[in-house]
Ligand binder design. Structure first.
Ligand code: HEM
Length: 203
């Protein structure tokens, strides 16, 4: 019997990795727009004009893939139960060594929160990005407010993404396998997503 269990379809994985690449293009092209100190980052793209174009193209790719990823997992990420409340109460067990795992579904409560945040922040970045697409096109007050909110959501997203990437790699070894190859080890599933594991193997 195989030691692995299927976790993500090819569609899930392609959408996630296009999203991740678009995110990094957005970060590096956006830094030049964010503050003067980072103006040099435009050199990665061949200059400010090309950097802004890359930011707009990556922004559209990010918006589409982020909404698709959210819809693909919405059934699991939008439903919270008593075990999720326990998970939040114990901070996911991350502050204590060797504690008992709290049973979780396909995604733990923290991942669900990140998925919901990602969706809301994507919509906010998309709407404000649309207003500032051409900074002279709309009313000045609205453009300034949108610029401020765009920067704020960028900072929040960066913080969320750093935590997400750490927890999906070094923090919880074996997790990245699912997004890379589509399968995770059964021992990983039993430990991190025991309720989902029981469902999948039909227990
Ligand atoms: C090198 C960068 C990244 C790595 C290694 C990574 C890794 C992963 C992995 C392994 C999963 C599946 C977790 C599981 O099976 O439980 C996942 C899910 C997900 N990722 Fe990423 N990711 C990266 C970048 C990003 C970025 C930049 C975003 C958003 C801007 C993102 C958004 C998501 C979302 C929304 C999910 C679905 C569920 C959740 O909230 O965990 N990822 N990622």
């Amino acid at each position: 019997m195989s030691n692995y269990v299927k976790r993500f379809s090819a569609f899930d994985r392609v959408v996630h990795w296009v999203l991740a690449v678009a995110f990094f293009v957005l970060v590096f092209s956006g830094l030049g727009l964010f503050a003067h100190t980072f103006f040099g980052y435009f050199d990665f793209f061949g200059g400010p004009e090309q950097g802004i174009l890359a930011h707009k193209i990556a922004g559209i790719a990010f918006l589409i893939t982020s909404v698709l990823l959210f819809l693909a997992h919405a059934k699991e990420t939008c439903r919270f139960d008593g075990d999720d409340a326990k998970w939040f109460g114990a901070f996911g067990g991350y502050l204590k060594r060797g504690g008992k795992e709290i049973p979780q579904g396909k995604f733990n409560a923290g991942q669900k929160l990140f998925a919901l945040f990602s969706f809301v922040a994507t919509i906010a970045l998309g709407l404000t990005g649309w207003v500032i697409w051409d900074p002279t096109a709309m009313e000045r007050g609205l453009t300034q407010m949108s610029l401020m909110l765009h920067g704020l959501f960028f900072i929040l997203f960066m913080m969320g993404a750093v935590v997400h990437i750490y927890l999906a790699t070094i923090g919880n070894p074996g997790t990245a396998d699912g997004m890379l190859w589509g399968y995770v080890k059964k021992v990983w599933a039993k430990k991190h997503a025991s309720k989902w594991y029981k469902e999948v193997i039909g227990e």
